[in-house]
Design a protein around this ligand. Structure first.
Ligand code: C5P
Length: 406
């Protein structure tokens, strides 16, 4: 059976020279068994004739928001409901900006705004337009809104420049479309991850924090998404890009993080607490910047809420995975936390090795759960994340065999 058998894909084409490649992409989708409807922006029609896509799909090509001739055609809401996937390829800088701002002044933008299926954009533009901060900000916002950003590639451009901004090749886009529909071990599961450090304010300019970079949590979010989960990432302040199609909830302090988790935990199947939450906060945050007049000063600290325990000790709790960062007696402390916080699994790492753990790209983990354990040797956090997600998926399936969602 072809990989995209009966999948309904709405191909949105915007104004860019790469529009001619969209015809080949469209053909490849149909070859894989997909049903394709094409919507073109007015600018797209300056680059390629709608007739090309009409011939390829056997369906009328739509473009106008208010089209008297299309009285019996599907309207924008019906089209948004019809699609299993929307791919905007090529996505021009202008359309990306409008999508990021939620504009709905043409048929394609309106459909995207009304859609609840996955939406992917394949940027295509001159390298300077792509690297422009305005475009980069817009791309970041699309990612935050859980849109997928496919590409762009680097190489020779139609304008003669060489650099990043080329649309991905039709075959690559077709492969990514197929991959999106391939079920993973966590398909249909909702998974929440906390990541990064928290910042506990001392005064308006100073805070207490820690060395967490967020890399492990972000790698886990991407790996869980690749395993098919619908991922919510609750993140403290980090300098990392949000993985595509992951919903980001930003927070600063442990109190903020607890609030975001509490407000969004209902319906989550799996909760992974990877954040390095500050254990203490300053009892009374100074309203004004503290002056350095005194020779000594004492800060009174009070414990922060334990976010993981608030979830793992609650009724109807999801499958809970904790992390333990230790400098000694790893297994003993990890097993104590597993029992004490009533966790389903704990991933422990030693943080006294400078080549592994905080701030660096590599890590090693010892994973413990009721009835099992596994050592994951030192490797890049992205690889480690994939291995840990595979273990979580396996143990989760064994622990919750009732597959009410599948
Ligand atoms: O007890 P300890 O802080 O060592 O536990 C670590 C685990 O608990 C990690 O998974 C961490 O994300 C979580 N944690 C939390 N809230 C806190 C402290 C830790 O969620 N205030």
């Amino acid at each position: 059976m072809p990989d995209l058998d009966n999948k309904k894909i709405l191909l949105g084409i915007t104004g860019g020279i790469a529009a001619y490649k969209a015809a080949e992409y469209c053909r490849l989708l149909i070859k894989q068994g997909a049903r394709v409807r094409v919507v073109m922006t007015p600018a797209a029609k300056e680059f390629i004739q709608p007739l090309t896509f009409q011939a390829l799909t056997g369906e009328p090509v739509l473009s106008e928001l208010f089209d008297a001739d299309a009285a019996n055609a599907m309207d924008h809401i019906e089209l948004a409901r019809w699609a299993d996937l929307i791919v905007v390829a090529p996505a021009s800088a202008d359309s990306i900006a409008k999508l990021a701002d939620g504009y709905a002044d043409n048929l394609l933008l309106t459909i995207v705004l009304a859609a609840s299926c996955p939406v992917a954009v394949a940027p295509a533009m001159n390298q300077h337009m792509w690297s422009n901060q305005a475009t980069q900000d817009n791309i970041q916002r699309l990612r935050q809104h859980a849109l997928l950003v496919w590409g762009p590639a680097a190489g020779e451009q139609a304008c003669g420049d060489v650099g990043e901004g080329r649309m991905l090749e039709p075959q690559q886009l077709a492969d990514m479309s197929v991959a999106l529909f391939r079920p993973g071990p966590l398909t249909g599961r909702k998974l929440m991850i906390t990541a990064g450090p928290t910042r506990e304010a001392i005064d308006p300019v100073r805070f207490l924090s820690n060395r967490s970079s967020g890399k492990m949590g972000y790698a886990l979010a991407a790996a869980a998404r690749d395993a098919g989960a619908e991922v919510t990432l609750v993140s403290g302040p980090v300098c990392l890009n949000v993985p595509d199609s992951v919903t980001l909830l930003s927070c600063e302090s442990a109190g903020d993080m607890l609030q975001q988790v509490t407000q969004n935990i209902t319906g989550q199947d799996i909760f992974i607490a990877c954040a390095a939450v500050a254990d203490y906060r300053v009892a009374a945050v100074a309203k004004e910047k503290i002056k350095k007049t005194a020779e000594q000063m004492t800060l009174q600290l009070v414990k922060t809420p334990d976010i993981l325990a608030s979830v793992s000790l609650s009724d109807n709790k999801p499958f809970c995975v904790g992390f333990a960062a230790e400098t000694s007696e790893l297994e003993q402390y990890a097993r104590h936390k597993l029992a004490h916080k009533k966790l389903d699994m704990i991933a422990a790492n030693r943080v006294d090795d400078p080549a592994s753990g905080f701030e660096v790209d590599d890590n090693a983990l010892a994973v413990f759960w009721q009835g099992g354990s596994q050592q994951l040797p030192r490797q890049p956090k992205t690889d480690l994340a994939r291995e840990l997600i595979a273990i979580i998926a396996r143990v989760y399936r064994e622990a919750r065999p009732v597959t009410e969602k599948t």
